[in-house]
Design a protein around this ligand. Structure first.
Ligand code: BGC
Length: 248
């Protein structure tokens, strides 16, 4: 393995910052996975400091791919649905590079999960339209057309019967509203089928920690498109972030 086949993937989620060194040939972790709580509503400086502390667990000067729960255009944060609004307009890639002393590429977290599932996981080799949804603190989306990412789709904010999709069926909502699997799957059915009616995807991939228990909900979901859970589960964001360093 040459050093250029390795990159650090960092996934900043609403609740935790996770990172690992990733072998880009296989998508497998080449180090232990490290994590720390996300100070999501603290200052940008506090979050950057937390990021630096977690990434410092991985020695070397490998490039860093940073998955962030925001629209990211040209390395700049454009939205902050579940973060301190002070992030809006911040040059994340540059700020993180200054703190981590390594080159940094920043990408939306769901787009990161999507590129990982497309390269190594459940959407590998799938032609046509692929919709990936991450069901964590919010709902993130990644849309692919014949393997090409349409970046920064924000379908988690789509209004579904008068309420934002991510306020109906995110992993966080299941916990906070203490929904049963049946109740949560009912909400997710509404969300997925509303998106289906607008996009007509060939495949829908569900990701995020909550999808580690597919036996609890997968057979309760009904969609005309093929619907699967991601192969990389909650690690997709880390792997895709690392891969983003090689995609340019
Ligand atoms: C944000 C997205 C993000 C998703 C998952 C949403 O609230 O607007 O940018 O991908 O949460 O973290």
């Amino acid at each position: 393995m040459t050093p250029s086949n390795l990159a650090i993937g960092v996934d900043v989620g609403g609740s935790s910052i996770k990172c690992a060194l990733v072998d880009l040939d296989t998508g497998a972790f080449a180090s232990e996975r490290f994590s720390a709580p996300t100070p999501a509503h603290d200052s940008t400086e506090t979050l950057l400091a937390a990021l630096a502390t977690v990434v410092a667990n991985i020695p070397g000067t490998h490039a860093v791919g940073l998955a962030f729960p925001s629209v990211i255009r040209g390395g700049i944060v454009r939205t902050a649905a579940n973060l301190n609004k002070a992030w809006i307009g911040q040059p994340l890639a540059k700020l993180a590079a200054d703190h981590l002393h390594r080159p940094v590429i920043a990408i939306n977290d769901a787009d990161a999960a999507g590129v990982a599932e497309l390269r190594y996981g459940a959407a590998r080799g799938v032609p046509g339209t692929v919709l990936l949804l991450t069901l964590g603190t919010g709902i993130g989306s990644a849309l692919f057309v014949d393997g090409k990412l349409v970046p920064n789709t924000e379908f988690g904010h789509l209004e579904v019967k008068g309420q934002e999709a991510e306020l109906r069926a995110s992993g966080r909502v299941k916990v906070e509203k203490n929904l049963s699997w049946d109740e949560w799957a009912g909400e997710l059915n509404l969300v997925v089928n509303t998106m289906h009616a607008l996009l007509w995807p060939d495949l829908v991939v569900l990701c995020g920690g909550i999808t580690e228990e597919p036996e609890e909900f997968l057979d309760k979901l009904h969609c005309e498109a093929r619907l699967v859970v991601g192969a990389l589960r909650s690690e997709a964001g880390i792997v895709g972030a690392a891969l983003a360093t090689a995609l340019g």
